[in-house]
Design a protein around this ligand. Structure first.
Ligand code: NAD
Length: 533
C-alpha cells in the first residue's frame, strides 16, 4: 500500500490551509487545539509532520520524541519557538511562511505613517475627550517627501511600491540587494547608511534582527536625520534603540515615531515608552490580519505537503536554498549525485575524510545541493536513529570531520551536464563521475581512471580484475548459478593485459557467499556491491 503521511495540525491555523492538506489523498490530518507540551509529546511519535503557529513550542525533547517526524511547519515567519539546531541535527526540515504577511506589514506601516503625518491618534483622543483641536493638529503631506528604506527585502519592496503611489521619493539602503532590483522598484540606491539617514524624512527599517542590525539605529544615527523626520520600526525590537528614540522624541529632534515591535514583548504595562510624546505604539500587529493568517497557513501547508509527498525541501529554512521549480529541475542531478556518493563510498572503505563535488553545466545554483545529495549518498546508514537527508547532510559531515567542497564549471561537459565526485578516506581516494543525458537519465560514466557507461539502477557490482580472457564468462556463470539476473555489464580497461574494471548492474542484492566466491577468483582483485535503489 502507498505510504500515507500523518500530519498534526495545532494552534488553530486557518482552515483554508488545513483544507489544502485534507484534500491530498496521501495525507491524514489530525487537528488539535494548542495543548500542554506533555500532551503533544505523548503522541508526536505517530506523526510525520507537525504544523502550528508560535504557541506550541517545538523543543529538543519533542523533536527527539518524534520518531517519524520529518517536517515542522510554522504558519508565520519567526521560528523562535522551534529548536532549529536539533531539527537540523535530526534531519527534520523546518518550514516557515515568510511571504504571507508582507503586504499586511506594509499596509500597517502606511497606516501608522499617515497617523503620524496627520496626528490621527491625537485627533481621535481629543475628539473622545470632547475637544475640537482643529488648529493644534495641523499635519504634513507625504507627497514629495523622501522615504529611506533600510532593508529592501519582501516588506521593504512593498513599502517602496506604496510610497511611490503616494508620490514620495524613495531611497534604499541594502548592501545585499543588486542594482537591478532597486531599478525595478523605482528606488534610488544609496551605498551608505549615513547617506540614507541624512536624507530620510521618513526612515523605515525592514531588516532581520542579527548582530549586524541590532542597535543599527541608535543615538548617532537618529541625530543625522532631518528635523521633523518620522521613524518607523515594524521589523524587530532592537533594530531601533528604544532609549535613543525616546530621547530624540522628548527633545523634539524628530517629528514622530511608530513602533510595532519591542525589545521585550509584551510591552510592560508601566513601560516608559507608553508615555513618550508623538510615539505611536501598536502591539506587534504587523501580521495580524485575517488575510495574512490565511496566506501564511496556505503557504506553510502547501510547503509541508510538498515536502512530505514529493520530497521537495526547497521551502525548508534548514535545507538547501533552491526555489521550488529549481529543485524539481535539479532532481535528476540530485539523484545522480546521491548514487555517485554511494558508489564512491563503497570504493573508499574506512572513515571518509573529504568529499568534493565538481559540477559542469549552466546551473549556478546546483553545486551546493549536489554536494548535499552526494554527502547523503556517501553517508547513508551512518546516522543510527534516522536516515540522513538533504537537511542534515552537511551537519553530519561536519560532525564526522569530513571536509567538503563544491565547485561550478560553467559550460557544457563532454556528455552534457556532468558531476564528478572526489572522495578521500584512509589510504585511498577515488574519482567517480556521471552525466545526465536527455535531461532525465543519469549514467555513471567514470570510476577511478576507467570510463564506463551504466545506469545507476538496482544493485551495482564493481569488480577490479586482471585483463585476462574469460573473466566476463566466469563472472556471468557464477552470478547465473546464484540466480542473479544481470541488467548491464560494462567492462573497461586502460591497456591490454593490465587492470580492468567491470561495472555490472543486477536486479537483486548478491548474497555474501557469492561475493566471496567472486573475490576468491585469482583474476579478481576487488569486489564491491552498491545498492542503487
Ligand atoms: P526579508 O528577508 O525579505 O528582507 C530583509 C532585507 O534586509 C533583505 O533584503 C536583506 O538583504 C536586508 N538586510 C539584512 N541585513 C541588512 C543590513 N545590515 N543592512 C541593510 N539591509 C540588510 O524580510 P522581510 O520579510 O521583508 O521582513 C523584514 C523584517 O520584518 C524582519 O525583521 C521580520 O522579522 C519583520 N516582520 C515583522 C512583522 C510584524 O508583525 N511587525 C511581520 C513580518 C515580518
Amino acid at each position: 500500500m502507498t505510504e500515507r503521511f500523518r500530519v498534526l495540525v495545532t494552534d488553530d491555523i486557518d482552515p483554508e490551509g488545513v483544507a489544502l492538506l485534507r484534500a491530498h489523498p496521501l495525507i491524514e490530518v489530525s487537528e488539535k487545539p494548542t495543548r500542554p507540551a506533555a500532551e503533544v509529546l505523548a503522541e508526536i511519535g505517530e506523526f510525520d509532520a507537525i504544523i502550528g503557529r508560535s504557541a506550541t513550542r517545538i523543543s529538543r525533547e519533542l523533536l527527539q520524541g518524534g520518531d517519524r517526524l520529518r517536517v515542522v511547519g510554522r504558519a508565520g515567519v519567526g521560528v523562535d519557538n522551534v529548536d532549529l539546531a536539533t531539527a537540523t541535527e535530526l534531519g527534520i526540515a523546518v518550514i516557515n511562511a515568510p511571504g504571507g504577511n508582507t503586504v499586511s506589514v506594509a499596509e500597517l506601516a502606511f497606516g501608522v505613517l499617515i497617523g503620524l503625518a496627520r496626528n490621527l491618534p491625537q485627533a481621535w483622543a481629543s475628539m473622545h475627550a470632547g475637544r475640537w483641536d482643529r488648529s493644534k493638529l495641523g499635519g504634513v503631506e507625504l507627497r514629495g517627501k523622501t522615504m529611506a528604506i533600510v532593508g529592501v527585502g519582501r516588506i521593504g519592496s512593498e513599502m517602496a511600491r506604496r510610497a511611490r503611489a503616494f508620490g514620495m521619493h524613495v531611497i534604499g539602503y541594502d548592501p545585499y540587494v543588486g542594482p537591478g532590483r532597486f531599478e525595478e522598484l523605482g528606488i534610488e540606491p544609496v551605498a551608505r547608511l549615513a547617506e540614507a539617514l541624512d536624507r530620510a524624512e521618513v526612515l523605515t527599517v525592514h531588516v532581520p534582527l542579527n548582530n549586524e542590525t541590532r542597535g543599527m539605529i541608535g543615538a548617532p544615527e537618529l541625530a543625522r536625520l532631518p528635523r521633523n523626520a518620522f521613524v518607523l520600526n515594524l521589523a524587530r525590537g532592537g533594530v531601533v534603540v528604544e532609549d535613543a528614540l525616546t530621547e530624540a522624541l522628548r527633545a523634539g529632534r524628530i517629528g514622530g515615531a511608530a513602533l510595532d515591535v519591542f525589545d521585550s514583548e509584551p510591552l510592560a504595562a508601566d513601560h516608559p515608552l507608553r508615555s513618550v510624546p508623538n510615539l505611536v505604539l501598536t502591539p506587534h500587529l504587523g501580521a495580524s490580519t485575517r488575510d495574512a493568517q490565511r496566506n501564511v497557513a496556505i503557504e506553510a501547508c502547501e510547503a509541508v505537503r510538498d515536502a512530505l509527498v514529493t520530497g521537495d525541501l526547497s521551502a525548508a529554512m534548514n535545507a538547501t536554498s533552491v526555489g521550488g521549480a529549481g529543485m524539481r529541475e535539479l532532481r535528476p542531478l540530485l539523484a545522480l549525485a546521491d548514487r555517485l556518493g554511494r558508489l564512491g563510498r563503497a570504493l573508499v572503505p574506512g572513515a571518509l575524510t573529504s568529499l568534493e563535488v565538481r559540477y559542469t553545466g549552466a546551473r549556478a545554483e546546483a553545486p551546493r545541493p549536489l554536494l548535499l545529495a552526494a554527502l547523503q549518498g556517501a553517508m547513508r546508514d551512518v546516522v543510527e536513529r534516522r536516515a540522513i537527508n538533504l537537511v542534515n547532510a552537511q551537519h553530519v559531515a561536519a560532525e564526522r570531520g569530513i571536509e567538503t567542497a563544491s565547485t561550478h564549471v560553467d559550460g557544457r561537459g563532454e556528455l552534457g551536464e556532468e558531476i564528478e565526485l572526489r572522495l578521500e578516506g584512509g589510504e585511498r581516494s577515488i574519482r567517480v563521475g556521471g552525466a545526465v543525458l536527455g535531461e532525465t537519465h543519469g549514467r555513471i560514466v567514470r570510476i577511478g581512471p576507467f570510463r564506463v557507461d551504466v545506469a545507476p539502477r538496482g544493485v551495482m557490482l564493481v569488480l577490479r580484475n586482471r585483463d585476462v580472457p574469460g573473466v566476463i564468462g566466469r563472472v556471468g556463470t557464477l552470478l547465473g548459478e546464484a540466480g542473479v539476473n544481470i541488467a548491464e555489464y560494462h567492462q573497461a580497461r586502460l591497456q591490454v593485459g593490465g587492470e580492468a574494471l567491470a561495472a555490472v548492474t543486477v536486479d537483486s542484492r548478491i548474497p555474501q557467499d557469492v561475493i566471496e566466491l567472486l573475490a576468491g577468483k585469482p583474476e579478481i582483485l576487488e569486489v564491491r556491491q552498491v545498492d542503487m535503489e
